[in-house]
Design a binder for this molecule. Structure first.
Ligand SMILES: [Zn+2]
Length: 337
């Protein structure tokens, strides 16, 4: 199923999104590696010593460890576990501004098997259609060769969106690891604060990530209305209600079972502010509805709270949350209400 997402836009960027947005998450190492790779490739480099790549990798992990758990709260790492070393060395590394010798050594030792081999694996047996690096060199001095596809996606116009998506995804995953929040997120999914356009956990209403950064990757970084790229930092971005508020007035107050909540993730999509302004309260075009269904199917391939949120929308309205392709059926139903 996640390959449908790739075939809609068969590029290196889609491969990257498969890895970062849709892979399994039991730790957050993949996000730390992804950020370090994007930064290194953005400098135009074609290779880097593993011990040099390990520096930004380890530092972003300890910065995140400082704020949130980086593994499910049920996991108690053994003393030699990399996460245990990172916890022990976090305060001193942050004080120094670079990893301690022990943290650096543990990173270099663990990265090849723990994260670098797995980065290109999809759930199941499949591999990503693109490879972003190869680890070469001897065991004494490993070298990471950065591939052309990686340097291509690290170009500024592509990388800005990918960095935002990676940060949002990291935040969503680590939030779901925290015991109390994790349980409520898994049961209830997330809400959207329409004033700040932040995704929040329903229990504490605490901000988890921005709506745009959290979902734009699942629509390939494209405006849902015109299907052209949205460039962060250049284009003004709006969060479009695909089914607009005028629908909500028609439907009356939200009543589970008869009308879905239009202020929820399933109906919210980043768009150019200009496209959104032109659309105003007009109804969505058929092509927009197909793109929305495809975007939601892609989110359903992504573990953790966003998928849960969409499952609940389907279930609350009497739809099957395990059948693939259900989003198009659901969206056609809403458009006929
Ligand atoms: Zn547009």
């Amino acid at each position: 199923m996640s390959m449908d997402f790739f075939h809609l836009e068969p590029t290196a960027r889609s491969s990257w999104r498969l890895a970062v947005l849709m892979g399994a998450n039991t730790r957050t190492y993949k996000f730390a590696l992804g950020a370090a790779l994007l930064d290194t490739a953005a400098e135009g480099r074609s290779e880097i010593l593993l011990r040099d790549l390990a520096v930004p990798y380890a530092m972003s992990l300890v910065r995140h460890l400082d704020k949130a758990p980086q593994a499910p709260s049920a996991v108690v790492p053994g003393a030699s576990d990399f996460l245990a070393v990172a916890k022990r060395e976090a305060a001193e590394s942050l004080r120094l501004g670079h990893p301690t010798e022990e943290l650096l050594a543990a990173s270099v030792r663990s990265m090849p098997a723990m994260v670098m081999q797995k980065f290109h694996n999809l759930r199941g047996e499949a591999e990503l259609p693109h490879r972003f690096y190869e680890v070469t060199g001897s065991s004494r001095e490993r070298v990471v060769r950065l591939s052309d596809p990686l340097r291509e996606i690290a170009r500024p116009e592509q990388a800005a969106s990918l960095r935002g998506e990676l940060t949002a995804r990291w935040s969503i995953v680590e939030t779901s690891f925290a015991a109390e929040i994790g349980r409520s997120l898994i049961r209830e999914g997330v809400a959207v604060d329409m004033t700040t356009l932040q995704i929040t956990d329903k229990r504490r209403r605490r901000s988890v990530a921005g709506v745009t950064d959290a979902v734009i990757g699942f629509q390939h970084g494209l405006c849902l209305i015109c299907a052209e790229p949205i460039t962060p930092g250049i284009d003004d971005i709006a969060v479009d209600h695909v089914f607009p508020y005028s629908f909500m007035r028609m439907l009356g107050p939200v009543d589970h079972g008869t009308a879905p909540d239009l202020d929820a993730i399933w109906n919210l999509a980043p768009a150019h502010a200009s496209c959104n302004g032109r659309k105003s309260n007009g109804p969505p075009k058929p092509a927009e509805l197909i793109r929305l269904a495809q975007r939601n199917e892609a989110i359903m391939q992504s573990p953790h709270p966003l998928r849960r949120t969409l499952q609940l929308t389907l279930q609350d309205n009497g739809y099957n949350s395990t059948r693939s392709g259900e989003w198009l059926t659901f969206i056609q139903w809403v458009s006929l209400l």
